[in-house]
Write a protein that binds this ligand. Structure first.
Ligand code: ZN
Length: 374
């Protein structure tokens, strides 16, 4: 479910498609071509139905993309970067790098998506009315009719007041504005999300037994998805809030053991890895930071070359994702940690090494903080 590939870049944001989307694409095209269109526009060539079905599925995709782009456009034009947009089985998700700075921005951002879906619904309604006027084109009105329903459904579903759905974000922004407390607002809005998920699942079980197996399963599936999303997005918000309030220098390990550039791997193992038992060591000479060498880097080299290979030949060279200034916050550190291969970030002051922070340090701290708060 988590595999995606990049399709295009719009507004500087990579648009990715999750592979699960192909299942929906196939199902939608198939259902429309085999069942829906032959009923709404009888006596056409089966080939035409398939073309209409695939065209509708592609247009649906475009509509979902426009919905996500509407959210992203509001974010980007208010200096809130969007990391990526992923289209997947239920629609789309725009990945924000941070929470909106104020409730008004959150409200505008959340409302933009459903608003675009409503406008698209209205647009396709206009197309349908136009097509119905011409007898020759009437058959194709099934496409726009269907897109009216789909866009309205997308707007309505997303407006349910359960976080992290758009409606839940609107609810959160209103509570946030009224109380000034983002955390409390998020908790209430995600509890609404969980409540909504519960109602959907209960409805799903009822439907499963009494009405329609497929619709029941579908509702249960959506409910489970929403339940999980409500929980994780609340946790993520808490984590982000905590991390952005702590500076790297307050949790870094000081007195870092460093290794010289020209040491060979045999000595590196004996004198450093076996002796201190750290997973990696910064490579430093004359106060200049050159990189970081890990146990993995050594293992990747043939054993009988350890005596003639130096640390600088196998280390991960210094780069933006490997160093952080001591006054930065932990959120910035975590984002570097997720883009570098060593699970550690070297802390510097005026370019000189003063400490080191690992992903484990940050997660452990969060665990402790969370343990106290509950
Ligand atoms: Zn949305």
């Amino acid at each position: 479910m988590n595999r995606s590939f990049k399709l295009v870049t719009v507004l500087g944001i990579p648009v990715e498609i999750n592979y699960s989307w192909f299942i929906i694409f196939g199902l939608v095209s198939y259902t429309l071509s085999v069942f829906v269109f032959p009923a709404t526009s009888p006596q056409l060539n089966p080939m035409i139905y398939w073309i209409m079905g695939i065209a509708t599925a592609l247009l649906l995709f475009l509509c979902l993309l426009l919905h996500e782009l509407a959210h992203s456009w509001v974010a980007v034009s208010n200096n809130l970067p969007i990391l990526s947009i992923t289209l997947f089985i239920f629609g789309g998700v725009a990945q924000m790098s941070d929470e909106p700075q104020n409730p008004d921005l959150e409200l505008k951002m959340a409302a933009a998506g459903p608003l675009v879906s409503l406008l698209l619904g209205g647009f396709f309604l206009g197309v349908s009315l136009l097509l119905y006027r011409f007898a020759a084109l009437r058959a194709f009105a099934s496409i726009s009719d269907y897109l009216v329903i789909l866009n309205l459904s997308v707007a309505v579903f997303n407006l349910f007041p359960g976080f992290p759905l758009d409606g839940g974000r609107i609810l959160r922004s209103l509570i946030w504005k009224a109380t000034g407390d983002l955390r409390q607002a998020t908790r209430i809005a995600s509890n609404f999300g969980k409540g909504l998920a519960f109602v959907m699942m209960a409805g799903g079980f009822y439907s499963l037994v009494m009405v329609d197996l497929i619709r029941g399963l579908w509702l249960i599936f959506l409910g489970l998805f929403l339940m999980q999303a409500a929980e994780t997005s609340y946790q993520q918000m808490r984590m982000k809030k905590m991390l952005s309030s702590i500076r790297v220098e307050n949790i870094m390990s000081k007195n870092v053991v460093t290794v010289p550039v020209s040491i060979n791997l045999d000595r590196l193992l004996e004198d450093y890895f076996f002796r201190f038992r750290f997973a990696s060591f910064p490579v430093v000479e004359d106060d200049t930071l050159f990189g970081i060498v890990t146990f993995h880097d050594i293992k990747a080299i043939d054993r009988n070359r350890w005596g003639i290979t130096t640390a600088s030949e196998v280390m991960v060279k210094i780069g933006e994702s490997l160093i952080i200034d001591k006054s930065s916050d932990l959120l910035a550190a975590l984002s570097k940690l997720s883009s570098n291969p060593v699970g550690r970030v070297l802390v510097t002051e005026n370019g000189k090494l003063v400490g080191i922070v690992s992903r484990k340090d940050i997660l452990k701290l969060f665990e402790f903080k969370e343990g106290i708060e509950e």
